[in-house]
Design a protein around this ligand. Structure first.
Ligand code: FE2
Length: 276
């Protein structure tokens, strides 16, 4: 091979990899199905749909969020859980369009959400985000999604129930575990919604069976032989997937959206969990 041929082939490979990681993979959704067994009074199986880190922004087209909803609803979930980072930065956001997409979820099953670090508050305000949650809260409300901001709810499912506990975001310094779990007495397994898996330390003294998280985007760019390029967590054991913690489970989804319109070896994820 001549030097010219080598340069051309190298440039071609780089171009293909760049195109794949910025155009193809960020929109190539994968439905990930996971089974989780927990102790509890509930009989049978409850199907949870988790969507997280939608990150509506220039980097995430509405069609991707809409497709994630379509794929998730095809699993016929009993309960829908949204675990934060609905937006990336403050700015012109078509809230009506967003709410319309979310209403497809709430029309199909009881749907609940917690907020992420990008959804407004002290962390977001310092990084081109909203100073408070009002914009995202309005979108959720219009979309029929119940916000579990440091509170719990019991969700009936057929002849059984699941207790959902939702907490505020760790980085936004809004995680109030005592408040979220106060008076919790619901039947069935306890599923905790918390945006950031690092919050497990603040939550380990409370009774829950399964925690659903996002935040990491699964690493977003997985460099061969190196692993996650972007994973803003202290504990790298919980960057993605189902992992044990202190006799219970944490599921960290890779999420639907992204930052910067790039993913490599880390496809966006729609999560379906069979809780039995
Ligand atoms: Fe995120």
């Amino acid at each position: 091979m001549t030097r010219r041929q080598w340069l051309l082939s190298t440039a071609g490979c780089a171009g293909l990899a760049g195109g794949y990681s910025t155009v193809v993979e960020p929109r190539w959704l994968e439905v990930v199905r996971t089974g989780v067994r927990v102790e509890g009074g509930q009989r049978g199986t409850v199907r949870l749909l988790q969507l997280t880190d939608l990150h509506a922004s220039w980097a995430v087209p509405w069609s991707l969020i809409d497709n994630a909803v379509t794929l998730g609803l095809a699993a016929r979930p009993d309960i829908i859980c949204l675990t934060g980072d609905f937006v990336t930065h403050r700015g012109d956001l078509d809230g009506g369009r967003y709410a319309g997409i979310l209403r497809r979820l709430s029309a199909a099953a009881p749907a609940f959400a917690v907020l992420g670090n990008h959804d407004g508050g002290s962390w977001a305000a310092a990084r081109r985000g909203y100073a408070d949650h009002r914009v995202v809260e309005r979108i959720l409300e219009d979309g029929g999604i119940a916000l579990l901001h440091n509170r719990w709810v019991e969700v009936p499912v057929r002849d059984s129930a699941v207790t959902l506990v939702g907490v505020g975001d760790l980085w936004s310094e809004e995680l109030e575990a005592d408040r979220a779990f106060r008076g919790v007495s619901g039947a069935g397994p306890r599923v905790l919604l918390s945006h950031n898996p690092d919050s497990k330390t603040a939550l380990e003294g409370f009774a829950w069976d399964l925690m659903l998280c996002g935040h990491t985007h699964g690493g977003q760019v997985m460099i061969p032989f190196q692993g996650a390029r972007y994973a803003p967590v202290e504990d790298r054991r919980y960057v993605s997937g189902l992992n044990a913690f202190d006799g219970r489970w944490i599921y960290t989804s890779r999420g639907v959206g992204n930052l910067g319109s790039v993913r490599f070896r880390c496809r966006p994820e729609v999560t379906v969990i069979e809780l039995s």
